[in-house]
Ligand binder design. Structure first.
Ligand code: F6R
Length: 603
């Protein structure tokens, strides 16, 4: 979703802001803008559309100055127009700001501002926030008190970077429920909503906490609490590098990241194993805590929810612990009956998904233990959950997740095995066998990547179809759901996943001659093959994803993957390729599908 970058230092700000915005493009956005101050005048440039358009536009504009802020906007209040793009300003440019998040009480604030004589030029909640801040500034006379007052009165979520006209060379920033981090290096200072935007300049980052204020000058950052009292913060070494957001020889980030899966999975396993045994001590997870859990609730959204569904099968079959998987957006509003022995596992690549974050808070409020499986170091979910297991996918740039999903699965398998051991459900032999199975995954994933060519051919045969069905039984149904999501989000082909046995209870009426049906077939093999025969008999074009050496009768194309007791991990790869190649075949923007955002920081 929206991205923020800021710079104040010795160099010209514009190129640094534009590069930062390019590095934030993967978050998903539909307009972009910058404000640069030369000490006297703040100049603004913005447009609907991509950062490269902004880059081109600013070439002929005079945006000189060594201090500035930039933004990529994913429209919420008001369409993706130049007018609604950030930065937004007060009338006299006393306050210029960019904003991530949603101001929930903006309508009430706007009414009050109109009564005070303020006029509005856009449809955004951000313009209201900027003008409210201008009003606070006029009341308080200086930025820190103004920001403090602003945070008292403004509801919702925000990461706000502000240039105050009278405070040359300074950027002020505040945040609530939307990330912001600050870096200082070589007499210069940087601000971003996401580490990759500034990782190239500094590896030591200050992660702002809710309702903190940052005052950033060239080479220095001071922090204050919500009452504007100065606080000390410690910089943390960032776990990302700018290079990760370059796609190298690959045509797309999606393809690059599919290929990165063996390494990402291996890194995740290595980080959670010590001398061949699972070791969660770095996360502070004790054997006792796991042993005392009587139920697991997994909360997540999108693909992370699908990872949760796979893990539900794993936890229940291996650890014999009752497990429920809930969409985070539903969980938080339905007063779930969490037992005292509940472990709530939140799965999130970004660690910033608002629904998942709020689900974690809800679980904490209900007194449950909370454990996050998160990829982005220092993200909100990682910081708010009691325990965090980090996946080691590295920066995932393509909007549709691939490698992060695969690492979520392995982190989850290891958690499941540890839960099983803690509950006395695994003897040493069985424990070792599971570890071996997990450790074997990176090599099997490498082997699975060889399916690329066959998957591409299969994709060519389905890319022109309006509808595709994915079926599977048991845990394969969860994989089918992930395959269906990959296809629809990347290629815009309508796709649905069905439990293979359920299709004939209604949706089979949609099968026509040539309708592609992709069948993930491992669990309950014969029964699933029979379901495939049912659709074939009605004219479907059938594609199977099955373990090597398995003969799937009725499948016109079989995409064979290595056999594994963790079939979900290998079976998802051909489905990722199918989604990717269908998108390519249809000429879509596969890395940045329309309307989607990488990190969904609004409810
Ligand atoms: C699908 C996809 C999304 C995310 C979902 C949760 O390819 O990427 O469905 O899985 O938005 O995001 P995180 O994992 O960041 O919480």
């Amino acid at each position: 979703m929206c991205g923020i970058v800021g710079f104040t230092g010795k160099r010209q700000a514009l190129p640094i802001l534009l590069k930062g915005l390019e590095r934030l493009e993967y978050r998903g956005y539909d307009s972009a803008g910058v404000a640069v101050c030369d000490g006297k005048t703040t100049r603004i440039s913005k447009n609907a559309g991509r950062v490269y358009v902004l880059k081109y536009k600013t070439e002929s504009e005079n945006l000189v100055g060594t201090c500035g802020i930039g933004h990529t906007r994913w429209a919420t209040h008001g369409k993706a127009t130049e007018e609604n793009a950030h930065p937004h300003t007060s009338e006299d440019l006393a306050v210029v700001a960019v904003h991530n998040g949603i101001i929930e009480n903006y309508a009430r604030l706007k009414t009050m501002l109109v009564e005070k004589g303020y006029a509005f030029y856009s449809q955004t909640d951000t313009e209201v926030a900027v003008k409210w801040l201008d009003y606070c500034l006029k009341q308080e006379g200086e930025p820190l008190q103004a920001l403090s007052r602003f945070m008292e009165q403004v509801e919702g979520s925000y990461a706000l970077a502000v240039l105050f006209k009278e405070y040359e060379g300074e950027i002020y920033a505040i945040r609530k429920d939307s990330p912001l981090l600050v870096g200082v290096a070589n007499g210069e200072s940087f601000l971003a909503s996401d580490a990759p935007a500034i990782a190239e300049y500094t590896g030591d980052l200050y992660y702002m906490e809710n309702k903190e204020i940052a005052q950033i000058t060239a080479g220095e950052a001071r922090f204050y609490d919500e009452r504007a009292q100065e606080i000390k913060k410690v910089a943390v070494r960032a776990k990302t590098s700018g290079e990760e957001t370059e796609k190298g020889a690959f045509a797309h980030f999606t393809l690059k990241e599919i290929f990165e899966q063996p390494k990402a999975v291996e890194r995740t396993i290595n980080a959670l194993l010590k001398d061949g045994f699972i070791d969660f001590s770095a996360a502070g997870i004790s054997e006792k805590m796991l042993k005392e859990r009587g139920q697991v609730w997994i909360v997540a959204c999108g693909s992370a929810y699908h990872a949760g569904l796979v893990l539900q099968y794993f936890f229940e079959s291996v650890a014999k612990i009752p497990t429920r998987v809930e969409l985070a957006s539903e969980f938080r509003y339905r007063n779930p009956l969490l037992g005292k022995d509940a472990l709530v596992v939140a799965i999130s690549q970004s660690g910033e998904t608002a629904d998942t974050l709020f689900a974690v808070r809800e679980a904490k409020r209900a007194g449950a233990e909370t454990l996050a499986i998160v990829n982005v170091y220092g993200s909100s979910i990682a910081r708010e959950a009691k325990y965090t297991l980090y996946t080691q996918a590295g920066t995932e740039v393509a909007v549709a997740t691939t490698k992060a999903y695969s690492t979520q699965l392995v982190a989850g398998y290891l958690l499941g095995v540890e839960l099983a051991r803690g509950r006395g459900g695994l003897d040493e032999r069985a424990y070792r066998a599971w570890i071996e199975e997990i450790v074997a995954l990176p090599a099997k994933l490498s082997q699975t990547l060889e399916i690329r060519g066959e998957a591409e051919q299969a994709a060519k045969r389905i890319a022109k179809q309006p509808n595709v069905f994915f079926i599977g039984r048991g845990v394969d149904y969860a994989t089918a759901m992930e395959g269906s999501l990959k296809l629809k989000e990347i290629s815009y082909i309508h796709a649905e996943a069905y439990a293979a046995g359920e299709l004939k209870h209604g949706a089979i009426s949609l099968i026509e001659t040539g309708t592609p049906v992709v069948c993930v077939v491992d669990s309950m093999f014969e029964k699933t093959v029979s379901n495939l025969a049912e659709v074939k008999a009605r004219g479907a074009f059938t594609i199977a994803v099955a373990g090597e050496g398995k003969n799937v009768e009725g499948a016109e194309v079989t995409l064979s993957v290595p056999n594994s007791r963790l079939f979900a991990s290998v079976a998802v790869v051909p489905l990722q390729f199918l989604g990717y190649y269908c998108g390519v075949e249809r000429g879509e923007d596969v890395d940045k599908p329309r309307n989607l955002a990488k990190s969904v920081t609004v409810e």
